[in-house]
Design a binder for this molecule. Structure first.
Ligand SMILES: C[S@@+](CC[C@H](N)C(=O)[O-])C[C@H]1O[C@@H](n2cnc3c(N)ncnc32)[C@H](O)[C@@H]1O
Length: 232
């Protein structure tokens, strides 16, 4: 089966606040006062919405190193591609809405994200940080909660086992509380052997898998929750 994970590049997406709440099992009310990292954040509006909930939210993605005025086109182009691909290949398990693309709801998230990035470019500083795994420009335990969606596991055709180990080590380093990664399955919703590799690479970390039902998906996916083992 061909899926977008076996294509030769990583696409930019713009999942919404609601997608994030479902993927990462987030209760918006519990975010207040937390330092939250979203890596990779792509064109998601999660950071803007989490800040409105009182979180100190930071978004990281190499996308932000592009000239600001080229980011909207990059996001729009990839949204169109992913829409067409998911609509044509129903085995990927996305719900198709009548007369609408599978990912049309991302447009609202993109608009909010783009407004935030533009505001940051006027102010000279803000929560959108251009960086990439496996090295992040943050101190140890800088965040209470770290979210990582649609990079690890799903792009295993492009990112090898060593990258996964280094990336997860870095996410754990910058996090005091939990690291949540979604999904752990490939795009064909198959479980991944990488999970076993990671579990043996990080013996002092608790690995918990939880089912996360995301509204525009037919097939459920799992979210991996990583937290330091008690006493470590
Ligand atoms: C499919 S998008 C996911 C974005 C967002 N989490 C979402 O669900 O909409 C994957 C993102 O990973 C970013 N990316 C690629 N390589 C990366 C790396 N080494 N570290 C962090 N982000 C990376 C890409 O720029 C892209 O925006």
């Amino acid at each position: 089966m061909t899926d977008h994970l076996s294509t030769p590049r990583i696409y930019h997406s713009a999942r919404t606040w609601r997608d994030y709440q479902e993927m990462f099992l987030i209760d918006a009310g519990a975010l207040k006062g937390l330092r939250v990292l979203d890596c990779p954040a792509g064109g998601s509006d999660f950071t803007a919405r989490a800040a409105e909930c009182g979180a100190g939210a930071v978004a990281v993605d190499p996308l932000y190193s592009l000239e600001l005025d080229t980011i909207p086109a990059a996001l729009a182009q990839d949204q169109e591609h992913l829409n067409a691909h998911a609509t044509a290949d129903t085995s990927r398990g996305y719900r198709r809405l009548p007369d609408r693309g599978v990912f049309d709801h991302w447009s609202m998230a993109r608009a909010r994200f783009e407004a935030g990035v533009e505001q940051q470019s006027h102010q000279g500083a803000g929560p959108y940080v251009a960086a990439q795994l496996p090295e992040l420009p943050f101190q140890d335990k800088a965040f209470d909660l770290t979210l990582s969606g649609f990079l690890l596991f799903v792009y295993a055709g492009l990112l090898d086992e060593d990258f996964h180990v280094r990336a997860v080590r870095e996410l754990l380093r910058v996090t005091r509380g939990e690291v949540r990664i979604h999904p752990v399955e490939t795009d064909g919703a198959e479980p991944t052997a990488l999970l076993t590799t990671l579990a043996s690479a990080f013996p002092s970390t608790v690995f918990e898998l939880r089912a996360a039902s995301v509204s525009n998906r037919v097939k459920p996916r799992s979210t991996l929750i990583l937290r330091p083992r008690e006493g470590c």
